[in-house]
Design a protein around this ligand. Sequence first.
Ligand code: MTE
Ligand code: MO
Length: 537
Amino acid sequence: MNTDSLTTPGAPAREPSTWRPGVGVAALGGLVSIGLGLALAELLAVLGGRLSLTGAAASPLTSLGQSFIGLTPEWLKQFAISTFGQNDKVALTVGMGVTVAIAAAVIGIVARWRLTVAVVVAAALLVVAGIAILTRTGSGPVDLLPLVIGGVAGVALLITLFRRAGDPEAALTGEVHSGSGGRADRRRFLQWAGIGAAGAAVAGVAARFLPNSAQSAASRGSITLPTPTDVQQIASDVALDVPGLTPFVTDNANFYRVDTAFVVPQLTTQGWQLRIHGLVDREITLDFDALTGRPALQRMITLTCVSNPVGGDLAGNATWQGVRLADLLAEAGPQDGADCVLSTSVDGFTVTTPLAALTDGRDALLAYAMNGEPLPVEHGFPVRMVVPGLYGYVSATKWVVDLEVTKFADVSAYWTDRGWAAQAPIKTASRIDVPASFANLPVGTVTVAGVAWAQHRGVAKVQVRVDKGEWQDATLSGDVSVDTWRQWEWQWPADRGQHTIECRAIDGNGDAQAEQVVGTVPDGATGLDSRVVTVTV
Ligand SMILES: Nc1nc2c(c(=O)[nH]1)N[C@H]1C(S)=C(S)[C@@H](COP(=O)(O)O)O[C@H]1N2
Ligand SMILES: [Mo]
């Protein structure tokens, strides 16, 4: 192959014996160098984690992703949750990968021109990643080690690739020497790029497939759940049988997930402890055995995210098993003036919940089981809060390790710091699951069905109307409790034409769901869900 085929067309004339990579090849050199450094750092972070030397923050990509979530403006975060839902973390990972790849390619192209400048840019990126690591909750200087070692390897490869032959000094100034010959340069570039790419691939694959979540998974697998002492009776008629209707109980695997954790916190039952303190007469510290040794409730409770748009699916219904928070708080003895409980997750995420909602007799739980299994890791293993009637961001702290009894006047929490309301009871809502939007239906009887929720007030009625006509009562599934959603169905005698179907729920107080169209910020969306369908012969 002609050596010139790897250079930029129209590159300035130079000593014939000196090889200089073209722009594309230089970009590739940057990718390989940065890729090697990152893959090595990720692998070392996994190994460090397994040896309990380093924490979750030691992974540069994890820490960068987590910092990115922290710095993301509110509108973009909401956009990500509503657009990607469950996949918002995947979207972030892809976005981050593309950004890092572009930066690496630019470093390569710069190195082709001035190696010193490229090394400085790479060092600046390392500093950014270092700051991301050090600013994470619970990280320490030792968590920088994987980044430093990976960084040194990456920069060393960059210098090896782009250094001019026979003259390390000239390499750094970028001077083109006629020195010992271009063939050697080119061969060295290709050799080291190959070695670097292979190393990056091996380290990357090892980092990806060495399970670093082994701890939580093993701990979760070894739990024997205690028998609940207070089990809610569920009648047999709670679920309707309509194809396409949301299942009455949401499987753990299908339960919506919303959190700020770029990687799921890894706790074990042995390592878990909860401290209840603040404005209390007696501080309480509780470990997992003490928690599961207490009388336990089993309750079906529907959770909802405040980011759920009208007709959205950020709601799920599960059977939770756990300990009544009111009993624990009563033992701690809240003092006069306390009106709030600030709960903190092991990853630093915080929630403020009205003390009243935890002590007014509703089934507010410290839950450790979901649908008969230990909490899934991504749903808060080993212990989370579940409070009927309040949106998740003011009640449902996952991986909870700290409860501080306090005053709303003195504290704020993750989402309330970002413009969301401190008081956020779940608004009454109903959703149409079938028929689908823009469905083509035959004339005759059409089943319209969906779910409705009004946690802690209960769903008394669901009504449907077609083309803004009279509201018609739908049939409801059996009632479990005021904290549980209900399925509904309505048989519609459909005639030809295009029609708009709307639904609304009426809560246990007799109040109809708000029809006014309101967005999710600051305390939940309202408006009617609707479907436009076409009925033909
Ligand atoms: N530690 C932690 N707990 C959290 C969150 C979080 O980001 N971190 N998000 C809250 C929000 S906004 C919601 S809606 C619920 C969602 O619970 P799920 O993911 O189990 O459905 O968790 C709540 N608990
Ligand atoms: Mo949420």
